[in-house]
Structure formats: C-alpha cells, structure tokens
Design a protein around this ligand. Sequence first.
Ligand SMILES: CC(C)NC(=O)n1c(-c2ccccc2)cc2c1CN(S(=O)(=O)c1cccs1)CC2
Length: 233
Amino acid sequence: KEKIEITKEQQALMKIILDAYNRHQIPQDVAKKLLQDQYSAEENFLLLTEMATSQVQVLVEFTKNIPGFLSLDHEDQIALLKGSAVEAMFLRSAQVFSRKMPKGHTEVLEARIRKSGISEEFMTPMFNFYKSIGELHMVQEEQALLTAITILTPDRPHVKDQHAVERLQESMLDVLRKLCALQHPQEPQYFARLLGRLTELRTLNHYHTEMLTSWRMNDHKFTPLLCEIWDVQ
Ligand SMILES: CC(C)NC(=O)n1c(-c2ccccc2)cc2c1CN(S(=O)(=O)c1cccs1)CC2
C-alpha cells in the first residue's frame, strides 16, 4: 500500500488556498435575507443579483490569493476569471445550498430560487447539481481546492499561455488527489467523483447563457459587474 504524504510546500499551498477561501465568504446577511419573509419573484431576482454580484467580488479576491496566479500574463488572468465566473458561481451556490442549515431553511431557499424568474427548464439541472455536490460532503479544503482548480482551467477562451495555467492547475490537482486519498481512504474513487462534478459544472455554463437570454427578454436588469464578467449588454 503506497504511502501518500503531502509535502511541506503542498501543506503551505493548501493553507493559503483555505485561508483565502474562508476569508472570502458571501456576507451571511445576504444569504440570510433569502430566508426572511415572503418575497415576490422580482425581489427574489434582486436578491440573487446582489448575491451573485458579491460572489464575483469574492471570487476575484480569492483568485488573487492563488499562488502563481498574479504572475500569469495579465490578459490571461482576465480570461481565466471571465471563463470560470459562472462555474464558480454555481459551485459556490451548491456549497451554500448543501451547507447544514436549520430545519426547513433549505426548502425555503429552494422555493425562493425557484420563484425568481428563472425558467423551469434550468431548475432541474441546477438543483441536480446542488444535490450531487451535497452528496459528496466535501471538507472545506476540498471545496477551496476544487474552486481553484475550476478557475485554473487552461482551455478557457482567449487564454494565450495555456501551459503556464496547466502547471498551476496540476499542482492543485496533485494536492487534491492526496487530500482525497487521506480523507476518504475507503473511497478510492472519491477524487475521480470530484473531477466528474467539474464536467457537470461545464454543462451549466450553457444553461446559464440561455437563462440570461430569457431574463433579458423579460427586461431584467443586472449589475455592471455581472454584465462585465458575463459579457452581456
Ligand atoms: C451563493 C450565490 C453565488 N448564489 C446565487 O447568487 N445564486 C443562487 C443560490 C443558490 C443557492 C443558495 C443561494 C443562492 C441561485 C442562483 C444564483 C445566481 N444566479 S445568477 O448568477 O444567474 C443570477 C444573478 C442575478 C439574477 S440571476 C441564478 C441562480
């Protein structure tokens, strides 16, 4: 049985990523707002806009703390952020949704999201993803590393130096692989299951583009930051 050990520098890397991930949580008050009294579809939509906008700011700060990211070509940094923003939003949503919440809160949260002007056809894949992430019961380190791995996807549109991104992603993947083997010794397939979620995540990009079109049709407004990161309007 091969002995898996996380090296000193890998431990340092994991600590940096985890601290960055924990430091940049969505303001709890915004998430709590979703659980308060009855909201109209309009108000639910505005709340999601507020949450998604604050998550993009959180994402940028988290990304800046990924070791090596700021040494990448500046245009590639932008391309990676824009290319991963929607996936990072869905990943964060799944993590928020599957978080242990007081009795009945998850159902209220689901009801608010379902009543926010998003067409029915996108609800099923979106909630299936939230549930498939929830079933993994990821620890914080795994969530943080998976988010960093998503951001460091080399084949995003307009990335020039894909090898530089690949090298950073590979060092994250190596730490995650070891962490999974140590955290889930009875489940040798656990690491592969995590990476499978990233494939499912990519399909949600397509749904999101469709969602945007249908919102635009009903004259829904987004914040300048969301328009910028999603390349709309
Ligand atoms: C935690 C944050 C990042 N999640 C979030 O904002 N959610 C959540 C969500 C999921 C679980 C728990 C709490 C919230 C569901 C949805 C969104 C945002 N999007 S959006 O970005 O397309 C959007 C923006 C404006 C109008 S629609 C729509 C779907």
